[in-house]
Each structure stands twice: as structure tokens, then as C-alpha cells.
Design a binder for this molecule. Structure first.
Ligand SMILES: *[C@@H]1O[C@H](CO)[C@@H](O)[C@H](O)[C@H]1NC(C)=O
Ligand SMILES: *[C@@H]1O[C@H](CO)[C@@H](O)[C@H](O)[C@H]1NC(C)=O
Length: 347
């Protein structure tokens, strides 16, 4: 009892004294057998001035370590739980009662995300019903202000170039359209995983590396509706914005905003362009770009939020570049340096 009160008091103090600018978070992936304990990991986030964390699935040890940390938390569900979350309201209620309610006083939840990268696909139809059941369960538990959304990959797009022509694919539209409408009516963003790296690696001879790396000196690769795109990150994000605006326009709604739930660059693993130097350049450029608050050409001046993938190199992911997206080695030494204070300054 004493300690619960103490934690609650601490977290109030942290929340009220927090002047950190929301903007850059880091994904806490756990597909590894050699990671530090969650309390050490959360301390590492704080010591590096990382303000937000995304969890792919709930874990009560991790949530306990987040109590009083002041970090903003995006909490995902396992994809394997989507069918049950969609069909069984009592399962959604117990999910909220296990993972959100006990921590809500001392953990600053930002979003609950139903599933990751399942649209289009066999699980896609479960996403919106799962979102509805989770929202009802949160409301029933008296937890206000934690919106429910989902995370998609850019495979939801059928067209993405030039960015203003962004549109959802025929395979994705039947599920992502109604989800966009749900999000629009609540002013909740869609989470989108954005990887210029994979576009570059698929075709390194025709994609300019500087454009993929957001290098400031990169020449504009495309001029679209009078706007010049000088980096692929903005081009991808705006293609998703355009697809969302298309759906919203058809329904007389405002366009949905995007939170970049994953972006990163591998520091090794043998892929084209996978190097420590390129990874350091990409991630530091993203932090500065997002931190500038300039937004993207389609949403100028509208600060974007992004989560870097990922905190650690994960040794149980598939071999190759997938094991090399970490900012840190499992022993908590840096793979390369990232200056997260740049997220709060304008450049
Ligand atoms: C974190 O922010 C504090 C306060 O602005 C600063 O003194 C410290 O150097 C920063 N730490 C890192 C690792 O950037
Ligand atoms: C939660 O995370 C801890 C620390 O990494 C791990 O030991 C534990 O197995 C996880 N629990 C579940 C249910 O996955």
C-alpha cells in the first residue's frame, strides 16, 4: 500500500514536471534471449532522454518497470489474440483488467494498438471489432483518454508514387477504410511502420541512398503538386496521408493523422546499405527531422511523432539485417550514438 502510494505520488510529480517534448520514441522489441532486465532497460530509456516506448505485447514485468517512469507507452496486443479480442468482449475486458487498469495510475498510456501489420491478410477482419471491444473495455474500466488504434505496414498501399497519388490497395481497403472512419470520428491517429531502408535495399541501383537516408543535402527526387520531396520518409508518410484523405473525403470526414510506429535502418547483417554509418545517419536524421516540428509537405507545421525500431539488436529474429536494427547491444553499449535531445530542439 505504502509503495503503491509512493509510486503514484512519484508519477504525478514526474508528469507535472515533465518538459520533454513528445516526438521520438523507441520500440522495445524483446525477440532475444540475452536482453537486460526491464528495469535496466527503462532506466536506459530515461538516461538517454527517450520520452516514449512502444511495446509489441503486454508484459506485466515491463509494465511494472514503467510505473512512475514518466515515459509515454504505446501498448500493442499480440496478433494471436486478435480473433478472441474481436469475438469475445469478456476477453477484451480481462485484457484491459490485466494489463491497463492496474498500471493506469502510474503508467502514462498513449495508445492501445490492436495488432501489428496484419492488413491485408487473414487476421485483418478481426482488427476493427477488436478495437471496438478494447475501447468499450477501457471505457467500462473508467480509463479515459487512451485511444485505441492499430499499426499497419505500407503494404496497405496500392499506389504510393507520387505521394499525392497514395491510395489503399483493393485488398486492404475493405478493412482499412472502416478503420480510418472509426479513427477519424475519434481524432485518433493510425500507426504506420515506415521503412525507406527496404525500398532502398530492394533496388539500390535506382534509389538514391541520400534520399533514403534523409540526408539534408539530398536533391529533390520528386516534385509533386508544387511540393518538392527531398527524402523518402516524407514521401512514404504523405502517401499514407493521401490514402487516408481519399477515404475521409469520400465520407465527408477530416483526414486521419499518422504516427510513425516503426522506422529504422540496419547497422549490419549483409543487406545493401546495411552499415553502422548509414544506420547512424538515418536515425539521427529522423530524430532531427521529426523533432523540428515542421511536419511533412502534405501536413506542413503539423508535428509528426515517430518511434525508432528498435532499442536492441535481437538475436532471435530471422538471420540477416533483421537482427541488426538495434540502437544498443544487449549489454547496453551503443551500436552508434543517437542524440535524442535533438528531438526537442528546432533545426
Ligand atoms: C538529457 O537531458 C538533460 C536535460 O536537458 C541533459 O542535461 C542531459 O545531458 C541529456 N542526456 C543525454 C544523454 O542526452
Ligand atoms: C516478460 O518479460 C520478462 C523480462 O524480459 C521475461 O522474463 C518474461 O518471460 C516475460 N513474460 C511473459 C509472459 O512473456
Amino acid at each position: 500500500m505504502m509503495s503503491a502510494l509512493w509510486i503514484a505520488a512519484c508519477s504525478l510529480l514526474l508528469l507535472s514536471s515533465s518538459s520533454g517534448v513528445e516526438g521520438i520514441g523507441v520500440n522495445y522489441g524483446m525477440i532475444a534471449n540475452n536482453l537486460p532486465s526491464p528495469d535496466k532497460v527503462i532506466a536506459l530509456y530515461r538516461s538517454r532522454n527517450i520520452t516514449d516506448v512502444r511495446l509489441f505485447h503486454p508484459n506485466t514485468t515491463v509494465l511494472a518497470a514503467l510505473q512512475g517512469s514518466g515515459l509515454g507507452v504505446v501498448l500493442g496486443t499480440l496478433n494471436e489474440d486478435l480473433a478472441r479480442l474481436a469475438s469475445d468482449a469478456s476477453f477484451a475486458a480481462s485484457w484491459v483488467q490485466s494489463y491497463v487498469q492496474p498500471f493506469a495510475g502510474a503508467v502514462r498510456f498513449r495508445y492501445v494498438a490492436a495488432g501489428n501489420e496484419v492488413i491485408p491478410g487473414d487476421l485483418a477482419a478481426y482488427v476493427l471489432p477488436a478495437m471496438r471491444n478494447l475501447e468499450s473495455a477501457l471505457h467500462a474500466a473508467g480509463i479515459a483518454g487512451v485511444p485505441v488504434t492499430t499499426a499497419v505496414s505500407t503494404s496497405v498501399l496500392g499506389s504510393s508514387y507520387p505521394p499525392s497519388q497514395g491510395a489503399f490497395s483493393e485488398a486492404a481497403l475493405p478493412t482499412v477504410g472502416p478503420i480510418a472512419s472509426f479513427l477519424a470520428s475519434r481524432s485518433t491517429p493510425l500507426l504506420v511502420n515506415v521503412y525507406p531502408y527496404f525500398a532502398y535495399a530492394a533496388d539500390p541501383s535506382s534509389v538514391q541512398l541520400d534520399y533514403a537516408l534523409l540526408e539534408p543535402a539530398s536533391a529533390a527526387a520528386v516534385t509533386d503538386g508544387g511540393v518538392a520531396y527531398t527524402n523518402m520518409f516524407d514521401a512514404i508518410v504523405d502517401a499514407v496521408h493521401a490514402a487516408l484523405d481519399r477515404v475521409a473525403g469520400a465520407q465527408g470526414q477530416e483526414g486521419v493523422e499518422v504516427v510513425v510506429s516503426e522506422t529504422g535502418w540496419p547497422s549490419g547483417g549483409g543487406g545493401a546499405g546495411a552499415s553502422v554509418g548509414n544506420a547512424a545517419a538515418y536515425v539521427n536524421n529522423v530524430v532531427r527531422h521529426v523533432g523540428s516540428g515542421r511536419g511533412t509537405p502534405r501536413r506542413p507545421g503539423k508535428a509528426l511523432e515517430a518511434f525508432i525500431f528498435a532499442m536492441f539488436n535481437e538475436n532471435e529474429k530471422p538471420e540477416g539485417v533483421e537482427q541488426h536494427f538495434g540502437l544498443f547491444q544487449p549489454d547496453m553499449t551503443e551500436v552508434y550514438h543517437v542524440d535524442f535531445t535533438a528531438a526537442g530542439s528546432s533545426s
